[in-house]
Structure formats: structure tokens, C-alpha cells
Write a protein that binds this ligand. Structure first.
Ligand code: HEC
Length: 125
């Protein structure tokens, strides 16, 4: 392995350690509200549909069911009921969890930001 490869391996190990340590993170919904600014261009925090469906009451809602929103078939047929766990996976990698869904968002890689965002989303009624 060359030194760049070694460095990459170390970085990967560090990133993995960070992700593994994350369950112990005390979620911070107030910080999550700040993280949500990346979503707010497309998503309202109530039932209003914009570029994306309204996220009011998202926890416990079946995916693809906001009234009047033109979902992709992929989202509509995903058979997901949103809880914080599946939401966390979706926000990390939307195309991995719902292949072919049309949310133009690459994913939020930072596990702490994601955990805080999940906590904030759970407060939306
Ligand atoms: C550029 C616009 C855009 C951004 C930015 C965006 N989304 Fe989306 N989102 C969409 C669209 C469009 C859909 C519908 C996807 C489909 O039908 O396949 C969607 C779907 C969703 C869903 C599924 C909703 C349901 O009713 O099943 C959730 C949850 C969601 N987004 C959360 C987020 C969060 C949280 C962020 C910020 C990290 C975010 N999105 C960023 C456009 C966006």
C-alpha cells in the first residue's frame, strides 16, 4: 500500500469509528433545526407541499402519502413507514434506501448532524 492508500485507510477507520460512536450522541433538536435549513428550500415543516412534500407529522407517516404531492413510483411503492431509524438511513443515502426516488439530494454524511436533524423532524406535527 502506498502512503496515500494508508492515509485513506486511516481516514476510513476514523470515519467508521465516528459513525459507530454516534448512538451515544445526545440528540440536539435545536441544532437539528439549523441542519434543516438544507432541506427548507424544498420542504415545509407543516403539510404544505413545495418542491418536496410537507414534513409535518412525518414520523409515523407512510412514505409517499402527503395528499396532492406528485411522488415518484419508487417512493409511493417503497412500503416504508417513517420512523427515526429509516429516516436516518434515507437521509444518509436517499438512493440506497429508496432506489429511483426523485429527491434531488445526495445525502447528509455527518452522523451527528443527521441524529440532530432526526430529533428535530420528530418534533414536527
Ligand atoms: C432540492 C429539493 C429537496 C431537498 C434539498 C430535500 N428534499 Fe426531501 N424530497 C424532495 C422530493 C422531490 C421528494 C419526493 C421524492 C419522491 O417522490 O421520490 C422528497 C422526499 C422526502 C421525504 C419522504 C416524504 C414522504 O412523504 O414520504 C423525506 C422524509 C424528505 N424528503 C426529507 C428531507 C430532508 C430531511 C431533507 C434535508 C436533509 C431533504 N428532504 C432535502 C425534495 C428535496
Amino acid at each position: 500500500m502506498n502512503s496515500a492508500g494508508t492515509l485513506r485507510a486511516i481516514l476510513a477507520a476514523l470515519l467508521f469509528a465516528g459513525a459507530a460512536a454516534n448512538p451515544g450522541h445526545a440528540q440536539d433538536a435545536a441544532h437539528g433545526k439549523t441542519v434543516f435549513q438544507a432541506c427548507a428550500t424544498c420542504h415545509a415543516t407543516d403539510q404544505a407541499n413545495r418542491v418536496g412534500p410537507g414534513l409535518g407529522g412525518i414520523i409515523g407517516r407512510k412514505a409517499g402519502t402527503a395528499p396532492g404531492f406528485p411522488y415518484s413510483d419508487a417512493m409511493r411503492k417503497s412500503d416504508i413507514v417513517w420512523d427515526t431509524k429509516i429516516l436516518d438511513a434515507y437521509l444518509e443515502s436517499p438512493q440506497k434506501v429508496v432506489p429511483g426516488n426523485k429527491m434531488p439530494y445526495a445525502g447528509l454524511k455527518n452522523p451527528t448532524d443527521r441524529a440532530d436533524l432526526d430529533a428535530y423532524l420528530a418534533t414536527l406535527k
